[in-house]
Write a protein that binds this ligand. Structure first.
Ligand code: C2E
Ligand code: MG
Ligand code: MG
Ligand code: MG
Length: 288
């Protein structure tokens, strides 16, 4: 009967919710043991100076190598880590590991680390960073912290105070994914960021859409007037590089110059090599 099938559907729906809840619980449990089992890795993506085409530094991007799940990307576990508070411990590992890694690079190369809202609110953030800097011996001027607008939406007074404390240590602060959040201009006024990272969604169409190009032009203008550096994220084609150069963008980052990878070769750690666009990888479907 109709009534019966309706009930079945409800049962199915509830079972579906159970399955989703269980998958999330399993992910959470696996995440809890990941650090103890040495399953986390940092991959590094180069940032390139648009004028000189030389490497400026790297952004650290987290990868989880789970024995059964394979490589899990941050978008698939950072959310759960955030909600459960595990991001604080995970983030502390990232900070220590990235700085210890950077200690082996050319001293001119910067290291960028992403911070999420829960980390920002954590009382131990500043001491973790100070201790990791001391342990690694890396100059604070080489460290860039990337935050998103969401950090300025909640507890903004406390977070802004923390940002000032970090900046007073000589650390640079970047506004990541710019253009994807809310009331961006107001957030630009609330803290003197060192850098604006223009989100990939604008960059990916700068060479095909006039509106995207106009937005990027305005953001670069705004950043220049505010004394901030600009980085274009997600650059995949040489045409985009040419447009960004015309608009006066300072730095680029994207698959055209390299995906995030484990750093092994000694050449990766030098700053003097010119970055050659990687034509082989650019037409591959986004594997990351
Ligand atoms: P994000 O900080 O905006 O990092 C840029 C993302 O864009 C990275 O994805 C990178 O691999 C990808 N990307 C870079 N160039 C290109 C390109 O040319 N084309 C395309 N299609 N994608 C490109 P990933 O590594 O999956 O990271 C996603 C997000 O996860 C990051 O966005 C960041 O918000 C977060 N995340 C990554 N590592 C950490 C971490 O250690 N801590 C925290 N809190 N968040 C992290
Ligand atoms: Mg980032
Ligand atoms: Mg970004
Ligand atoms: Mg992002």
């Amino acid at each position: 009967s109709a009534k019966g099938s309706g009930r079945n559907r409800v049962a199915c729906f509830e079972k579906g919710m159970d399955v989703a809840a269980e998958a999330r619980r399993n992910l959470e449990l696996d995440l809890r043991t990941s650090l103890g089992r040495d399953e986390m890795r940092l991959h590094y993506q180069p940032l390139v100076d648009l004028k000189t085409q030389s490497k400026i530094g790297y952004e650290a991007l987290l990868r989880w190598e789970h024995p059964a799940r394979g490589v899990v990307m941050p978008d698939d576990f950072i959310g759960v880590a955030e909600e459960t508070g595990m991001i604080v411990q995970l983030g502390e590992w990232v900070i220590r590991k990235a700085l210890d890694d950077a200690a082996n690079w050319d001293e001119k190369l910067t290291v960028a680390i992403n911070l999420s809202p829960t980390q920002m609110r954590s009382a131990s953030l500043v001491s973790t960073i100070v201790n990791a800097l001391a342990h690694s011996g890396v100059d604070p001027g080489r460290l860039e912290l990337e935050i998103t607008e969401s950090i300025l939406m909640h507890d903004s007074e406390t977070n802004i105070r923390t940002l000032h404390t970090l900046r007073d240590l000589g650390i640079r602060i970047s506004l990541d994914d710019f253009g994807t959040g809310y009331s961006s201009l107001n957030y630009l006024r609330s803290f003197p960021f060192d850098k604006i990272k223009i989100d990939r969604c604008f960059v990916s169409e700068i060479d095909t859409r006039e509106d995207c190009r106009a937005i990027i032009r305005s953001v670069i203008n705004l950043a220049q007037n505010l004394g901030m550096t600009t980085t274009a994220e997600g650059v995949e084609r040489q045409d985009q590089v040419e447009e960004l150069r015309v608009e006066g963008c300072d730095q680029v980052q994207g698959f055209l110059y390299g995906k995030a990878e484990a750093l092994q070769e000694a050449t990766d750690l030098r700053s003097d090599d010119k970055m050659v666009p990687n034509v082989e990888t650019i037409y591959l479907p986004a594997a990351e």
